[in-house]
Write a protein that binds this ligand. Structure first.
Ligand code: DGL
Length: 248
């Protein structure tokens, strides 16, 4: 089986790292739309168009499955992609929501993501449906360039945390959905900042969802091919660094 992974850029490698580890697929074809990243500040119709174009690109590789690693695309364009694709298309929103099912509904839940993801209310609607009444949703777009610059901890990160999280009930937050591909890189300082919170990662949850819903089993030493709409060599080089960090 061959799986496509689509993202607006290289952030989807955080999800890919978990898929490689899971061994469900013989091959993963990763496509990052690096020419047009970030998607997270764009409007819905643009994200839908970009998502459909990403799907068209990946259709050339005879994939059997598509994982939309990008939260922004999963939040606003998943049904359009599912309608156009001749294979199953899975997004990270459903997966992330499954990840909080075991958490207490009495504590506030923090949701962080791009403006597009938070603005779409895709997570919030599902979380409210399953009984989470206290969802604090905060767009945290500065985290994306920080991660891409390799700033994953330290003073600048702390300052940005103050900006976004300074007024939150820090000790009370029971869970945090890392609703953006890049955020797992910031997981250690986020976990320190919110000491009682369980962090939910899209990559871990998508692996659980594929196993539980599609009955996929670890069978392969998965090969990875990486494509990008711009700077493909640079993306491949960065992928090697990121994947080795993510698997360490
Ligand atoms: N991949 C995007 C997401 O998960 C983050 C980067 C962007 O804004 O394109 O929402």
């Amino acid at each position: 089986m061959r799986c496509g992974v689509f993202d607006s850029g290289i952030g989807g490698l955080t999800v890919t790292a978990h898929l490689l580890n899971a061994g469900f697929f013989e091959e993963i074809i990763y496509y990052g739309d690096t020419a047009r990243v970030p998607y997270g500040n764009r409007n819905e119709s643009t994200i839908i168009r970009y998502g459909l174009e990403g799907l068209e690109f990946l259709k050339n590789f005879n994939i059997d499955f598509l994982v939309v690693a990008c939260n922004s695309v999963s939040a606003v364009a998943l049904s359009e992609l599912q309608r156009e694709a001749p294979f199953p298309v899975v997004g990270v929103i459903e997966a992330g929501v499954r990840g909080v099912l075991t958490l207490s509904k009495d504590s506030p839940l923090l949701l962080i993501g791009t403006r597009a993801t938070i603005g779409s209310k895709a997570y919030q609607k599902r979380l409210n449906q399953i009984g989470f009444k206290r969802v604090i949703a905060v767009p945290t777009p500065l985290f994306v360039p920080l991660v891409e610059e390799g700033i994953w901890d330290g003073k600048i990160v702390e300052e940005v945390f103050k900006l976004y999280f300074g007024k939150l009930p820090r000790q009370e937050i029971g869970g945090i959905i890392l609703g953006c591909t890049h955020y797992p890189f910031l997981a250690p300082p986020i976990a320190r900042y919110f000491p009682s919170a369980r962090l939910v990662h899209s990559g871990e949850e998508i692996v659980r969802l594929l196993r539980d819903k599609f009955y996929l089993k670890p069978k392969y030493r998965t090969k990875l091919q990486i494509y990008a709409s711009d700077n493909v060599e640079q993306v491949r080089e960065m992928a090697t660094r990121w994947l080795s960090h993510l698997s360490s």
